[in-house]
Design a binder for this molecule. Structure first.
Ligand code: TLP
Length: 344
């Protein structure tokens, strides 16, 4: 479908680059459940060193990486504290409750950033009546907030607060490379305040499949067992890990262009009568609010589709557009021109 469409639905739609396909073709492989796939091992070592953590685990998806983090940091019946619109809570099929046996304690924020005051307010003294809180999660960039970036200083403060209450800390860093680019920091710095980080190879970095979970050796050993339990032990996974290595080596530098194009798109669309941006454009997402009296989000998405442009609605009157390495300057000009024409 997306070969003839300009696809703004997500950065997950990206296809592997020629150099990824070449690396996949040439990959040395072995049985990774026996720890014998040199390409998977190389990817895990590279991911751990880029995040400055002891160890990494190659997993099928961001959803699996987050779930393994939940399972590995907690015991069934524990409470997990997370933001109310967090991907882990909103889009991960309730795995937290169904598989982890965990209770979510949600904190509402406008932009994904939980403050130490908000965290303090949900912490309760140990009492026979209460589920034990054991894990605190954040998401950076924050998807439903529109790719917003959490400021580093505030992240350090709230994770320090979580640690002072004995909580483990996990970052859903599906788009940590986008956060790092915006903050002008390394991904290791962005992930530093957390015990564990999940980040995706298959979004802005363009790999076809896979994510990495990083943390201490002990944590990753536990996650590896849970991965096997969930059926995520992959055998000659070097074939896909090879694309992940290329993604880590070649793609981070392209993210700056994705952000520039998203800003340009957000600026232009918000100048059209009847449209505005629902959130500041900080990374590769543009959240568009449709305020035009004759249009709503669904109508605009359907009209774009007829013009060969794909986007998704993410709420009433709200559309999400995502830039990635397959979106060019021409595509940005096309969607702007088409939208001006439609709403004129
Ligand atoms: N997000 C997808 C959809 O699930 C909404 C997208 O198109 O943005 N954490 C965050 C912050 C994510 O945005 C996603 C994917 C995941 C985790 C899960 O990754 P996958 O899709 O690999 O399971």
């Amino acid at each position: 479908m997306s070969t003839q469409f300009i696809d703004f639905r997500s950065d997950t739609v990206t296809k592997p680059t020629d150099s990824m396909r070449q690396a996949m073709f040439e990959a040395q492989v072995g049985d990774d459940v026996y720890g014998e796939d040199p390409t998977v091992t190389k990817l895990e070592e590279l991911g751990a060193s880029m995040l400055n953590k002891e160890a990494a685990l190659f997993v099928t998806s961001g959803t699996m990486g987050n779930l393994l983090a939940l399972l590995s940091h907690t015991q069934p019946g524990d409470e997990v504290i997370l933001e109310a619109e967090a991907h882990i809570y909103y889009y991960e099929v309730g795995g937290l409750g169904r598989i982890g046996g965990l209770i979510p304690r949600l904190i509402h924020t406008p932009d994904g950033l939980i403050t130490p005051e908000q965290l303090e307010a949900v912490m309760r003294p140990a009492d026979i009546h209460y589920a034990a809180p054991s894990l605190f999660c954040l998401e950076n960039t924050h998807n439903r907030a529109g790719g917003r970036v959490l400021p580093q200083q505030e992240v350090e403060e709230v994770t320090a607060c979580a640690k002072s209450h004995g909580l483990a800390t996990h970052l859903d860093g599906a788009r940590i490379f986008n956060a790092a680019e915006f903050l002008g920091l390394s991904v290791a710095e962005v992930g530093e305040p957390f015990d564990s980080v999940m980040f995706c190879l298959s979004k802005g970095l363009g790999a076809p499949v896979g994510s990495l979970l990083v943390g201490s050796e002990k944590f990753i050993d536990r996650a590896r067992r849970f991965r096997k339990m969930l059926g995520g032990g992959m055998r000659q996974a070097g074939v896909v890990a090879a694309a992940g290595i290329t993604a880590l080596q070649e793609m981070p530098e392209k993210i700056r262009d994705d952000h520039r194009r998203a800003r340009q798109l957000g600026d232009a669309l918000s100048q059209i009568d009847g449209l505005s941006t629902a959130a500041p454009v900080e990374t590769n997402m543009v959240m568009v609010e449709v305020t035009h009296p004759e249009w709503d989000g669904e109508r605009l998405v359907n009209a774009w589709r007829k013009e060969g442009i794909l986007a998704s609605t993410v709420g009433p009157g709200k559309i999400r557009l995502v830039t990635h390495h397959q979106i060019t300057d021409d595509h940005i000009e096309q969607i702007i021109a088409v939208t001006e024409e439609l709403l004129s």
